[in-house]
Design a protein around this ligand. Sequence first.
Ligand code: GLP
Length: 243
Amino acid sequence: MDFIIVDNYEEMSKRARDIFVEKVNKKPNAVLGLATGSTPERFYELLIDAYKQNNVSFENATSFNLDEYVGVSPDNSQSYHHYMNEKLFNHINLPAKQANLPEGETEDLQEACNKYEEKIKNAGGVDLQLLGIGLNGHIGFNEPGTPFDQETHVVDLAPSTREANARFFDSIDEVPTKAITMGIKTIMQSKQIVLLISGEKKADCLYQLVNDPISEDFPASILREHPNVTIIADKAAASKINK
Ligand code: GLP
């Protein structure tokens, strides 16, 4: 695991932008794995700036997002489809048909999972996957206890994850109880992974990621077995591992 510790959120976002821009410039048809949450918001703004300044083109790239809520339509403002359109896709030249998210509003969820996994494989797998991390160590929506060998699947969201994400909804009752997520196996098959972690409230989380035994109890711990992971942490998030 490569570790980059930077001063603050802005620097973390810039480092991530540099890695993504470099990848797409080297491989214009790169397959990018994308994430939602507050952590990558600035990274997406910087990626848009890079595109607007003609430093990168996404015309031939493909993207796959990690996850989507079940039962939330793509035009609902709480959906991850909506998040991605607002924060990135509406502002860059990635063709809509090349931007993929799991289909959370469908009758046959299992089929949606299988189709998504197949699409990723048909695209040649993810070249560069962006990850955030939940306070309980979840990546995508792989909550503690998720078997490491799972591909894209439906999950029951942990009460703590629903609470953490309630800030995006009017009330906790509106937070969906289920989601579709790439599995740990799917994530581990990406050729390269960049995990962003920022802020003091994630300091324990980063400590656990680095020091806890590799176990399904803390899903992100599996990343220590991946051959090409870069963790970009700001000082606040890294405050407990520096001591
Ligand atoms: C959500 C997403 C994850 C994300 C995590 C952390 O639950 N499904 O992909 O990494 O939250 O979010 P934040 O960056 O807002 O802390």
